[in-house]
Write a protein that binds this ligand. Structure first.
Ligand code: SF4
Length: 64
C-alpha cells in the first residue's frame, strides 16, 4: 500500500501529518510531504485513519 496526496485537492489542513507523523511531514507552506516507499504493515491502520480523516479527501491510499 502506498500513500499519495492529490496536490489539487489538498487544502493544507495538516491533519494527515498530525495523524501519521511517521510518514507525513509538512513543508514550509503546510503541504504534506509523504515518505517514499510503501506503508509499513504496522502503520496500515493509522494510514487508513489519516486518509479517512482528510477533510478534502486528498490523501489517498492505493494498492501497490
Ligand atoms: S489532511 Fe488532507 S487536506 Fe489536509 S494536508 Fe493532509 S492531504 Fe492535505
Amino acid at each position: 500500500m502506498k500513500i499519495a496526496v492529490d496536490p489539487i485537492g489538498c487544502r493544507a489542513h495538516g491533519l494527515c501529518a498530525d495523524l501519521l507523523p511517521e510518514l507525513v511531514r509538512l513543508d514550509e507552506w503546510g503541504y504534506p510531504v509523504v515518505a517514499p516507499g510503501s506503508v509499513p504493515p504496522e502503520l496500515a491502520a493509522e494510514a487508513r485513519r489519516a486518509a479517512a480523516a482528510c477533510p478534502a479527501l486528498a490523501l489517498r491510499l492505493r494498492a501497490r
